[in-house]
Structure formats: C-alpha cells, structure tokens
Design a protein around this ligand. Structure first.
Ligand SMILES: [Zn+2]
Length: 634
C-alpha cells in the first residue's frame, strides 16, 4: 500500500524499546504515540533523528494509557506554575494527548529554558501547549476552544484522513495543468471565491458573501458553476475573517462539505464571531439565515490553523504558506507551491503596503513566484490616498470641532480592521493631549473583536509588540474605551451623555447598531459621521457619503425618512487596502517579480485600469477576469 509507505519507514526507524501504540497523520504532520515513558522522555532527540531522515514534521506523544488523570494533571500543573503567570484555563485534548494552558504571562509557564514544560511532560505525559489568555474575557474564544477539545476524538481521525489523502501520492506521468475559476470577487468587491484546480486537487480560496446585497444572484458566490463539486473539494483556505471572504463558508458545511479549512488562529476566531453576528442581524431584520450556529461549529471542528511562514502540504501536489498581508489581525496572502515546484502562485487577497499603527505591511520576498492574483479595491488611477499623518490630523480637527459644538462623532466600522486602527489613533491623541479626554464608546461587536485582538499580540507589528511585552502597555486596553452592549445603553448614550466618539458596526450602514445610532444622530447638526472604510455601491453608507440628505430607512415593516443634518466626512487614508501607489510599489518591490498578474477584487474600471498600468510599467502579462471566467495558469 503506497500511502502508508512513509509510516512504515518511520516504524522501521524506531528502536525496539519505543513501544509504539500508533503512528498516524495529523494533517501533513506525523505523530507517534508511545506506551513507553522512557522513550517519551527521549522523544525530542529521536524525533530530530527521524525528521532528518524522512524530511517530514514529526511529534512524539504519549499513548492514552500513560496520561495522568485530567483532574490530577490540572492540580499538578497549577501547583507547579508560579501564580504570577496567571493561569486562566487548562484544556485537555485527550485523544491527542495535548494540554493547552492559557495564561496571562506565557513566558512564566514555559520557565527558564523550557524547564517547567519539560517537568509537565515528564510527570503527567501530557504535551503542554501555551496560549495567552484574552486580556478582555471572551466567551467566544472559550466556546471555540471547547468545541475543539470536546471533539478531540473526531479531530484525531479527521486529521489522519487528511494526512492519508496528502500522502497518497500523485501520478506524475499524466498531463499536468493548473487553472483557476472565478466564482466571485472578480471585477467586484464582495463574495470573494476562487476554485484552484489541478488534475489532482480542487481547492477553494475564500468563500465570501456580498454584504451590500440581499439578492442571492449578487450576494453569493457562483457555486452553481459546473466545475464546482462540493463532494470532490479537497480543502478551503480563508485569507482573512471579513465576511466578503468568509461569510459563505458555514454554508458549505450545511451542504455536506467535511474537509479542512486552513487559516490563521485569529482568522478562525474572528470569522466565527462575524458569522455569528451575521445570523444575529438577519434574525433581527426577520430575514432568512443562510446557516445556523451548528454549521459554524462544524466549520471550527474542521479548521486547521497555521502560523505565518509555516509550510504545509494540503493535497498531494499543493503546498501552501500564509504570509502577513497587513490588512487585519491574522490576515494572510496565500502562497501556493503547485506540482512539486512546477508553478508558484500567490493570492494577495486584501492587503496594505505601508505600516499601520497596529499591523506590519505585506510581505514581498518569496522563494519563487510566477503568477499572482492581486486586489484592486483602490486600483484606479485617481485612487491615491492622503498620507496617514494628514488623515490623523483630519480626525483631530473633526473631533475638536464636533466636541466644541457639543456634538457626538459616529464612526461606522467593519468591526475588525479599521476599528482597532481608529482606536489606536484616538488613544494616542488623547494620551498626547491633542484632543480632549472624551469617552470612546465601543459597541458590542467591535468590543468582542477587540477582545480577540488582545489574545494575539504576536500578530501585531514590532512597535506594538514591544509596547505590550516590554512596557506592559496595550493601547487597546486603555481606560478611555467603554463597552456598549444593549439597545438601552445605546439610547442612554445618545440622549443623556455629552460629547463622545462611537465606534459601531456595520461599516457601510448596511444593518447593525451603526444604523441605530445614525437614525438617532442624523438630524442633529452638532453631530458628525466619519466614514473610514470603503462604501459598497447601493449601501446606505454610500448614499450618505455622496451627500443625499433625505433617506428612507425601513425597520419593523415601517419606513421612515431621515433628514441628514449632521456633518458628513470621509477619510480614505485609514483604509486597510493598499491604494494605487502602494499597489504599484508592491509589484515593483516583489522579489522575484511574477511573470503574470491577475487582477481581482475591485470595481470593473479599477481592475482594468490597474491591469493596463501594471502591463505598461512592468512589461508583464496582466488579465482582469470576470466572474465565471476560468484562467489556465500553466
Ligand atoms: Zn478585507
């Protein structure tokens, strides 16, 4: 049997004394379960030796029979770790012999030279993994972790099946080709979804919705395309949590998909939160929901998280690496090494090519790269954004003016991305005395996303990491930020409280609390609304932005007309997307420079404009496909 060849080889490499209970796959990695304590203690050296021979990642763990009882192990770990570490939770993944320890100070759990971890492993036989506890308590992160650990048995089998598929080998004598079909997000912003195929593999890249539309033929990706067959889909990769990239994913599980989803850990948590919120909003508006929390749980059960730079096989002929894209926390560009280096393709997804306050900028160095697919949200000739400094100054002015006339400032945000960026800016300006110390209200969703952000500072830029790890100061935890959760609190805030800033979802006023605030604030001249993100065509946000002053808004089967008297501002330079200049600089600085550029994720004219400019400037082949077009890459 060819597919177990690698496992047989490993078994032969193991010494007789190893008492192997099982050798199995865990995705692309290989895990050896042993019944020998002595062998487990020496596991690090043995693993190293085998890795050098078989060139695959290997981990050695204890068989269930060796594990200390969970309750007893919990006590042992708590006693062993100094209390300053601030342990908040200890989870057990019983079928995979792993324990996850959540602590405020992960460094203190690890101990000097990893001594504490070693003691835990030697005494309890559980393999400890450490995570930072959310600085703001998050029920969602808890329930995600619970879903994973409660399904320990399922996940062990599931990951083994993925491994069997990856290691089943492929027929290199057959004619080889690579093609990509655009199922959504081509010459438009919204419902990003691409099917990447080879004779061996079928992989879906992103699976989003168009949040600006309720009309299924515009809102959802073209899964009716003849080349899409859910039963033969091998894997899904999600670049980042925004719903236009992840909002349709749970639906796949409703319709029978049982395969893996690859993304970063923050992406998994934030997309689950945004998807749950989308159900919530739909229910409030008495709209049909696409899926329920059950399918979101299924999605979590099947998610395999990767770190930036971690190379992983996902099918016999495809290997992926996620790279930082600087767009939102955990957002990634996806690099594909296809057919044993036959071709290298990269999907940039949404990216930023300057440093922002919280995040770094998109990666440009790659080992090999022949084709890229690049976004063009701001790809048109005129889409040059003002500098960060200028727009921060503008915010200062707007806040000062509004506060002086006793008004409030509403900033509709996507919940994740610009929301945290705006929080960084406001916190800094208040600390610096540039604007008066007014409260900054963070509405429910934005607050929850912020809580997730505080769990993964490793994904932030170097300055922020230094500030958190060395100075112990996290701007997101500043006292100026106040959580608002209920409708009652929202009304109180508008009617009884003085000048303040309010950050609320959705970013395009297409539902959610930002619309509630807007309705209560629009007719008061003292107030201001500040748009900081892209406003989709047809959305209420776009209409307000364009200066319409009489706007009918329906809720509870009634339509009321609102007169916009508040000041309306748009600040473009805070966007999480690269502007025209950044897009061109990015192509120019890519190393190596790709031979072919496919342009997506932008209004039609912007896609075409960017395609022609890249072609003229860099003499590379460019295309701007439409939805349902398929392109042969090789
Ligand atoms: Zn995005």
């Amino acid at each position: 049997m060819k597919k177990f060849e690698i496992l047989e080889r490993i078994k032969q490499e193991l010494p007789k004394t190893s008492m192997v209970a099982d050798v199995c796959f865990e995705g692309a990695n290989i895990v050896i379960y042993t019944k020998s304590r002595t062998f487990l203690k020496k596991s690090r050296d043995t693993a190293k030796e085998i890795v050098s021979k078989v060139k695959k990642r290997i981990e050695i763990r204890a068989d269930e029979s060796l594990l200390m009882h969970e309750a007893e192990a919990k006590e042992f770990i708590k006693k062993l770790i100094p209390s300053e570490a601030g342990i908040s939770e200890i989870w057990f993944d019983s079928k995979r012999s792993l324990t996850l320890i959540e602590a405020d100070k992960p460094g203190l759990v690890i101990g000097k030279d990893g001594k504490i971890l070693e003691t835990i492993m030697n005494e309890t036989c559980w393999i400890p993994k450490i995570r930072r506890s959310p600085a703001i308590k998050s029920e969602l992160i808890n329930s995600i972790r619970r879903t994973i650990f409660e399904n320990s048995d399922y996940r062990r089998k599931f990951m083994n099946q993925i491994g069997e598929k990856i290691y089943s080998g492929w027929d290199k004598t057959k004619p080889y080709w690579i093609r990509i079909s655009c199922l959504g997000g081509a010459r438009e912003v919204g419902r990003s979804c691409y099917l990447l195929q080879t004779p061996e593999s079928r992989v879906l890249i992103d699976c989003g919705v168009n949040v600006a539309s309720d009309e299924p033929s515009i809102a959802y990706p073209h899964l009716e395309a003849p080349e899409f067959d859910i039963s033969s889909l091998d894997a899904v990769i999600i670049s980042h949590a925004h719903l236009d990239h992840s909002g349709f994913l749970p639906y796949l599980y409703k319709y029978g998909y049982k395969g893996p989803v690859y993304c970063t850990e923050p992406t998994r948590d934030i997309m689950a939160l945004l998807q749950l919120d989308s159900i919530d909003i739909a229910q409030k508006e008495v709209k049909k929901t696409l899926f329920t929390s059950k399918e979101i749980r299924e999605m979590i059960k099947h998610t395999i998280t990767l770190n930036y730079g971690e190379v992983t096989d996902i099918t016999p002929d495809m290997r992926i690496t996620l790279h930082d894209s600087g767009h939102i926390l955990g957002s990634s560009m996806v690099h594909f090494n296809i057919g044993d280096g036959y071709h290298n393709f990269m999907y940039t997804s949404d990216f930023k090519y300057i440093n922002s306050r919280m995040l770094g900028k998109a990666e440009t160095e790659f080992q090999r790269l022949e084709t890229i697919m690049i976004e063009s949200t701001y790809g048109g000739k005129g889409n040059v954004q003002p500098s960060r400094e200028d727009c921060e100054k503008e915010i200062v002015e707007i806040v000062k003016k509004t506060v002086a006339r006793g008004g409030k400032i509403l900033i509709p945000v996507l919940g994740v991305g610009r929301a945290q960026e705006v929080m960084f800016v406001l916190e800094d300006m208040i600390r610096d005395g540039q604007i008066p110390e007014i409260p900054v209200y963070i509405d429910g969703m934005v607050w929850h996303v912020t809580a997730i952000n505080t769990t993964y500072p490793e994904f932030m830029n170097r300055e922020v990491r230094n500030s958190i790890f060395k100075e112990g100061r996290n701007p997101l935890l500043s006292g100026v930020f106040k959580e608002v959760g209920s409708q009652k609190e929202r009304i109180q805030l508008i009617e009884e409280k003085g000048p303040c800033v309010i950050l609320a979802t959705s970013g395009m006023l297409s539902g959610g609390p930002s619309v509630e605030y807007f309705k209560r604030m629009a007719e008061d001249r003292r107030n201001s609304i500040v748009f900081v993100s892209y406003q989709g065509e047809g959305t209420l946000g776009r209409r307000v932005q364009k200066g319409e002053t009489r706007l009918p808004i329906s809720s509870d089967n009634r339509t009321n007309v609102f007169e916009v008297k508040m000041e309306v501002y748009s600040i473009e330079g805070l966007s999480g997307h690269a502007d025209r200049r950044e897009l061109m600089n990015y192509i120019s600085n890519l190393n190596p420079r790709p031979k072919r550029v496919i342009i997506n994720h932008g209004e039609s004219s912007r896609c075409l404009d960017l395609a022609s400019s890249i072609h003229k400037n860099f003499r590379v082949e460019t295309t701007a496909p439409r939805n349902l077009d398929a392109i042969r890459i090789r």
